[in-house]
Design a protein around this ligand. Sequence first.
Ligand SMILES: Nc1ncnc2c1ncn2[C@@H]1O[C@H](COP(=O)(O)OP(=O)(O)OP(=O)(O)O)[C@@H](O)[C@H]1O
Ligand SMILES: [Mg+2]
Length: 230
Amino acid sequence: MSSLYSCENVSHSYQQGPQVFPALHDVNLDIKAGEFCLIMGPSGSGKSTLLNLLGLIEPLQKGRISFQGQDLQTIDEAKKNEVRRFQLGFIFQSFHLFDVLTAAENVEFFLTRQGVPASERKERVRKALEAVDLGMQKDKRPQDMSGGQRQRVAIARALAKDPAVILADEPTASLDQDTGRSILQLLKNLAAQGRTIIISSHDPLARDYASRVLYLKDGHLQAGGSADAH
Ligand SMILES: Nc1ncnc2c1ncn2[C@@H]1O[C@H](COP(=O)(O)OP(=O)(O)OP(=O)(O)O)[C@@H](O)[C@H]1O
Ligand SMILES: [Mg+2]
């Protein structure tokens, strides 16, 4: 099977004024559809940067990334937006929820942008919130929810989109062990149905659920970048 993602010599750095902060060095990585990839590594090792590049959030600076056989450098912004809107579900480390919207409205937001009809939206919102055990919290705003509940709203928002790929930056960081396990099991089930799951985590529990574990250290991907090795 061909790779869903293929990264070749991807390097990335952040510039702030005269200072350059390197984040990734020559990362080579292939990810196949249906994999549940876990990216581990110490704080500052480049996990979020890699996820942001795979999620088309951070523009590619150096190297090559192809998604579904298409070189991300060569596709135009409209096509990238289409990929973000329909193919990718991103769960951010800092959630990025809208404070003025309720949990249900937050989940519904991207469905509206996808053009999902109102009748179907309600059902998808309900199912996604139930999947993360937040059915009772649906009319609350993020400020009236706990950190873990906010994290689960962000997860529900990605689930409701029903994307081919879910990218999640530390999706269990604010959750207790049991809730974390149920979220990891949910992601594992989605991978078993053919979705591709790519998450970063410091949580050793996550290793029990992933089909593949990648390690980043100081922006270098340790052995294991080739999907064929798994
Ligand atoms: N906007 C930015 N400006 C400057 N440096 C940045 C920026 N974002 C990330 N970095 C730097 O890039 C490196 C990689 O950061 P990144 O956020 O990818 O790490 P991480 O592995 O996700 O860490 P954590 O586990 O703490 O979330 C770090 O040294 C970080 O300080
Ligand atoms: Mg991070």
